[in-house]
Design a protein around this ligand. Sequence first.
Ligand SMILES: C[S@@+](CC[C@H](N)C(=O)[O-])C[C@H]1O[C@@H](n2cnc3c(N)ncnc32)[C@H](O)[C@@H]1O
Length: 233
Amino acid sequence: MSGGDEKSPKEKAESMDKIAREIFKEAYPKIADKIINTTKIKSGKCIDAGCGPGMLGISLGKKTSLFIDLLDISEDSGEICTKNLKSENLTDKCRFVLGDVMQMPFEDNYADLVVSRGSIFFWENLGKAFSEILRVLKPGGVAFIGGGFGSAKIEEDIVKKMAKEYPEWRKSEKKGKKTTIKRRLKIVKALLEEEIPYESICDESGFWIILRKKNEIIIEIVREREAGTDFIF
Ligand SMILES: C[S@@+](CC[C@H](N)C(=O)[O-])C[C@H]1O[C@@H](n2cnc3c(N)ncnc32)[C@H](O)[C@@H]1O
């Protein structure tokens, strides 16, 4: 800890756990539904990148037959996440993995689905993180990454509770909105710079980027077209 009111990494992880299990509680199942409805992926392997205490992965684990790797760079979050997985009886289908989203400890073409909520804003090199996500996705796999609270009603309740219990969280709505726009633009800029095709959702559920890893056959057709050697089509 450096300053008087600066939190240690352990205190930060504990605080996120308390907020996630109490104030943000309603958001995770709602976001999990949005992910399932959008991606239609309910089985196979999933990575929850920047999982923190693990609530999004836990909600997905309860609603699907996915095997979920909950990845976070923080060891303190890892201890809390493992405790939460045990208390939810999910250790047979979910596990915590320590790692950086920019260098994930997974082989190429590993996951059917990569999800992430509220973590992207902390990733130092967005371009590197996106290419790493595409590396670990299987051809045909989908990533659903961003931030939000699932619905306007849930967000309204959360903002009220946070303003009461953690007034430093969003000093003013105006400042909060400006920060939100800047963060979103930074994400889109990184995708454009890396020439990564993406879809985005910006609705009451939040702001989400969807990346789809193409099947090898489609990549090959595009390559042949570019080279002018596709005699079949
Ligand atoms: C605001 S918390 C969100 C936690 C959780 N996804 C949620 O919605 O409750 C952000 C998390 O991202 C993690 N994180 C930040 N940078 C990361 C990185 N480069 N790789 C993996 N995790 C990272 C932090 O350790 C923290 O647990």
